[in-house]
Design a protein around this ligand. Structure first.
Ligand SMILES: NC(=O)C1=CN([C@@H]2O[C@H](COP(=O)(O)OP(=O)(O)OC[C@H]3O[C@@H](n4cnc5c(N)ncnc54)[C@H](OP(=O)(O)O)[C@@H]3O)[C@@H](O)[C@H]2O)C=CC1
Ligand SMILES: CC(=O)C(=O)O
Ligand SMILES: [Mg+2]
Length: 663
């Protein structure tokens, strides 16, 4: 038995050997190659050719047998790309030529060019450095014998459970959340399955590390803590060759892309290229919470510059050092990206827009929702999660949606996205026209209450909310005048729900419903403690970032986390398993209902309007099933026939992080 290092996963091999990604071939830079039986047969000959699929690269491995095992496997990489007129072009010269040995760079002087990805493998050493297959001390003795690992590991063989216990123990020693974040990222790069097992088994403890609030700090310091790319960085420099850039990614079978341009990272503003932490974090949740295979997930950072002066002057900044491109230049880059994604991965890859500034977010969604499978998490995912929380909250406060009055602080992506879905649901329930149901919803932006006298100067997404009313500048005035039953913070501005605001809400509501959605914790409109204390323990409260339970008036309150993380993983899974080709608003409503249904009486008894994250895999399966059902109903699903039991089917599709046994 021997291994061949190949450069692309052959798509035919992928499908026939998916379940048993054996180690006949090992990965390069996170990519894996699996030899199907025919290739294995070929592998017993002296030369193996691994097809490059559409990427156009061919790796040719030659082996020399010494005492029944490979003494060395030399691999020659012949880069073949189609020339402009069609025929294959041997681009070896531009690729840096043939590399003679595995670690050629050690022999080269610093100014000599080397081709780092042309290497050969004949030892388990590389297996230990392949995060997709590495099991560390959990390799059994048999596996150590079979895969040339003898001596490369200390003698102890341990279980994955013991490894998990040890890493959790180590993580808990760190006092600083960012240290935990970095340790987890290191684990992801070292042993992917252990990383996901940890995340799934300890979701409530680790979510605040890989996600909000710590991911916010990680993005702010990304330039300093950057170690490995973790996704694709596509900058203005790549304009005109984005398709080629996509082909550099080692995985072919991508199902979900999360893309940002870094302009509105949580409530932290423009973090430019450092926003990459968000797609990386969101996709970790796609796998851990929604069960999408890690190899099917692709984080993308579109770098068009940054207007953040501090970053532009930071010596450790890793992005383009220029002001943000906008207008036509921006639109062209995005268009090239969207086209290349479809060309490379097909019609059914889900593209999730994340943390774009609102002046681009609404346009991108409107433009591509007709041609691509796109979803804006901040506009649509947030709307779905908040609607679910409201529907659940009605069980505690009484009344129908239409009997409530809503006031938002913040009229951007999250605010207007939520407002629109509430109005849509109200309209469905009451059969009243959307224009009527919108009148129950009021929004305040940085200039005050959105009213008709401001209409001319409003951004297009605010115009539907410009109702007749005198203009009021401050939130407190608006609360007193509108007398909302539900107050929702989506401003990105921390500490804006003051004592006076919460007391005013409490003065005319028996149980004021208060959502402080802004992330990370520093930007939350108020803390859980403030909401409960200032409302004399009467508030029904949920926040975007997590807060610890609060003791108030002799009771313990467990605040809910109104975060789109409840929705997008299951939502995406539903699209993937049904082979959906477009996202429809009805799917958002279906996801929202599925989430609201998961809140149990026991949860309500604790004042919770969201189920605990510890049940998230089950919740995601139910959301996925409802979304898929809607896709079938709307004729948007392509995976036929429709499975009879969609919940069971969704569960059966979910990634498991348990180690596989290697033959
Ligand atoms: N919990 C969750 O799941 C989610 C939370 N969020 C959070 O919501 C926040 C906003 O996100 P998003 O809607 O995309 O951002 P946008 O930039 O699109 O919108 C922000 C809105 O808040 C207004 N605003 C800002 N500061 C103030 C202030 N001091 N007083 C009143 N209004 C203010 C802005 O006013 P103007 O238009 O006048 O500039 C704008 O209307 C972020 O912190 C984000 O992290 C977002 C998505 C999901
Ligand atoms: C949660 C989220 O998507 C945000 O804060 O932007
Ligand atoms: Mg977001």
């Amino acid at each position: 038995m021997f291994w061949i290092r190949s450069y692309e996963k052959s798509s035919s091999c992928y499908s026939c050997c998916e379940e048993n990604r054996s180690l006949f071939a090992v990965s390069r830079a996170g990519g894996t190659s699996t030899l199907c039986p025919s290739q294995r047969k070929a592998a017993s000959a002296a030369v193996v050719v691994c097809s490059a699929g559409s990427a156009g690269r061919t790796g040719v491995g030659e082996k020399t047998i010494t005492n029944g095992r490979p003494a060395a496997v030399e691999v020659t990489v012949k880069e073949t790309r189609k020339g402009p007129s069609g025929p294959e072009v041997d681009s070896r010269s531009t690729a840096g030529g043939v590399v003679e040995d595995v670690y050629g760079e050690d022999l080269a002087t610093e100014d000599q060019l080397i081709t780092p990805w042309a290497v050969s493998v004949a030892s388990g050493y590389s297996l230990l450095r392949d995060p997709h297959h590495n099991k560390g001390l959990a390799f059994t003795q048999k596996e150590r014998d079979a895969y040339y690992l003898q001596g490369l590991l200390p003698p102890a063989c341990v279980t994955q459970e013991l490894q998990e216990k040890k890493v959790m123990h180590m993580l808990r020693q760190y006092q600083v959340p960012l240290q935990r974040y970095m340790a987890l990222m290191d684990l992801q790069e070292r042993n992917e399955r252990l990383f996901y097992k940890l995340l799934m088994d300890n979701v409530e403890e680790l979510l605040p590390i890989v996600y909000t609030p710590t991911v916010g700090e990680a993005c702010q310091k990304w330039g300093s803590i950057y170690r490995r790319p973790q996704g694709l960085y596509i900058s203005l420099r790549e304009k005109g060759r984005i398709l080629d850039v996509l082909k550099n990614w080692p995985e072919r079978n991508i199902q979900v892309i999360v893309v940002t341009d870094g302009e509105r990272i949580l409530g932290l503003g423009d973090l430019g290229c450092q926003g990459m932490g968000i797609p990386v974090g969101k996709l970790a949740l796609y796998t851990a919470l929604g069960g999408v295979r890690p190899s099917a997930c692709l984080p993308v950072m579109i770098d068009v510059g940054t207007n953040n002066e501090k970053l532009l002057n930071d010596e450790f900044y890793i992005g383009l050092r220029q002001k943000r491109a906008n207008g036509q230049e921006y639109a062209e880059l995005m268009d090239e990206f969207m086209t290349a994604v479809k060309q490379n991965y097909g019609e059914k890859v889900l593209i999730q827009f994340e943390d774009f500034a609102n002046h681009n977010a609404f346009e991108l969604l409107a433009k591509y929702r007709r041609t691509h499978l796109v979803f804006n998490d901040d506009i649509q995912g947030t709307a779905s999660v908040v609607l679910a929380g409201l529907v659940a909250a009605l069980k505690l406060v009484g009344g129908t949606l239409a009997e409530h009055t809503f006031l938002f602080l913040g009229a951007g992506e999250a605010g207007t996205g939520i407002a629109e879905l509430i109005a849509l649901e109200m309209s469905r329930q009451t059969k009243a026209p959307l224009e009527e149901t919108r009148k129950k919803i009021w929004l305040v932006d940085s200039k005050g209450l959105i009213v008709d006298s401001r209409k001319e100067s409003l951004q297009h997404f605010k115009k539907p909310w410009a109702h007749e009313h005198e203009h009021l500048k401050g939130l407190l005035d608006a609360v007193k005048a509108i007398k909302p039953t539900v107050l929702i913070g989506s401003s990105g501005a921390g500490k804006t729900f003051t004592k006076e605001v919460i007391e005013a809400m409490t003065s005319f509501n028996e149980k004021p419903v208060i959502f402080a959605l802004s992330n990370p914790t520093s930007q939350s409109e108020c803390t859980a403690e403030e909401a409960y204390q200032w409302s004399k323990a009467r508030a029904i409260f949920a926040s975007g970032s997590p807060f610890d339970p609060v003791e108030c008036h002799g009771q313990t309150f467990v605040p809910g986390q109104a975060n789109n993380a409840y929705i997008f993983p299951g939502f995406g899974l539903g699209l993937v398993i049904s082979g959906a080709i477009r996202v429809h608003d009805d799917m958002l409503l279906a996801a929202s209902e599925a989430l609201a249904r998961q809140v149990t009486q026991e949860n309500f008894d604790k004042g919770l309007i969201y189920p605990p994250f510890s049940n998230i895999r089950k919740i995601s399966a139910h959301i996925a099933a409802e979304v898929a059902a809607k896709a079938y109903e709307l004729g948007l699903a392509t995976r036929l026939p429709r499975p009879a039991n969609l919940v069971k089917y969704a569960e059966s599709c979910m990634y498991s992080p348990n180690y596989r046994s290697y033959r």
